[in-house]
Write a protein that binds this ligand. Structure first.
Ligand code: SF4
Length: 285
């Protein structure tokens, strides 16, 4: 069986940076708090926790004066203020690309209504909305556009600035931004497609691979938004797509008489997980 790993599979620059800095910090510190899961990969998180990282869901859980990691997804502005009040030492691992979006929406919100196309409950979207302020709305589905429009009409703004959660599908962003433009007909609309290039390239390669391979194995955390998008992309062309976090989830009988298997991995998947799965698949023959 031929097993091919996609060139764009695995850690993106933002996640790589976050994990490397967290590891370095943990060498010199016995304990560091992390606000939310550092990356959507349980193996990576487990390893860091074994070295002293403590994952918490709320900043209120962290005792005053301690060190805290802010992950690559970024945090809302009020979280920075709260951390300051608690005299926490912040190790800010927010990806540079996300920081740029925060800066843009904060600046544009002075005279524009901000629309973020993305998942309402995704930490990155929550953080970005926190910088966009009250005159903003998250559009996750077409149904949200009307509510966004009603909220926009309550303001006296005439401009709309649209950005994206960095990991959503490119086609989906194009579709929703076009519909928003049509609905907000009287407004001046600026579409700023802030999807991360690493995400776009990975989705494109997954699309191409899924046309050629009999089975696609997508590796990534169960909570990982970009991994779920890769599964959706692969399913458009490939009949058998398996989404797994580790090699134990693979089943040899699914690969009987299969000639070509493609592997793609989300942005939070470390190389050793990819290699482990490649080796297991190669041993099936
Ligand atoms: S997917 Fe892109 S924006 Fe998000 S953390 Fe990775 S490099 Fe940064």
């Amino acid at each position: 069986m031929e097993v091919v790993i996609g060139k764009t599979a695995g850690f993106c620059a933002g996640v790589k940076n976050a994990v490397e800095i967290a590891k370095k910090e943990l060498i010199n510190n016995k304990k560091i708090y992390c606000l939310g899961e550092l990356v959507h990969n349980s193996q990576v998180v487990k390893e860091l926790e074994e070295n002293g990282m403590i994952t918490v869901n709320s900043i209120d859980e962290i005792p005053d004066g301690e060190k805290v990691l802010f992950r690559a997804h970024g945090e809302a502005k009020k979280v920075y203020e709260k951390a300051k009040n608690k005299k926490l030492e912040i190790i800010d691992l927010t990806c540079k690309k996300v920081v740029l979006i925060h800066d843009k929406v904060e600046k544009e919100s002075k005279d524009s209504f901000i629309i973020i196309i993305g998942k309402k409950n995704h930490p990155e979207t929550i953080g970005t909305k926190g910088f966009a302020g009250n005159n903003s709305y998250v559009v996750e589905t077409e149904d949200d556009i009307l509510t966004a429009y009603i909220n926009f009409k309550k303001t006296n703004l005439s401009k709309v600035y649209i950005v994206a959660q960095t990991t959503i599908s490119s086609n989906y962003f194009d579709l929703l931004s076009k519909k928003i433009e049509e609905k907000f007909i009287e407004a001046v609309t600026v579409i700023d497609k802030t999807i991360c290039i690493a995400t776009e390239l990975r989705q494109k390669e997954t699309m191409e691979m899924s046309k050629d391979f009999h089975i696609m194995v997508i590796i990534g955390g169960k909570n990982s938004s970009n991994t779920k998008e890769l599964v959706k992309v692969a399913e458009k062309n490939c009949e058998k797509v398996f989404c797994v976090e580790c090699s134990d989830e693979l089943n040899e009988k699914d690969f009987l008489n299969i000639e070509k298997v493609g592997i793609m991995a989300g942005a939070s998947t470390p190389n050793n997980s990819i290699k482990e799965i490649e080796n297991k698949l190669k041993n099936y023959n």
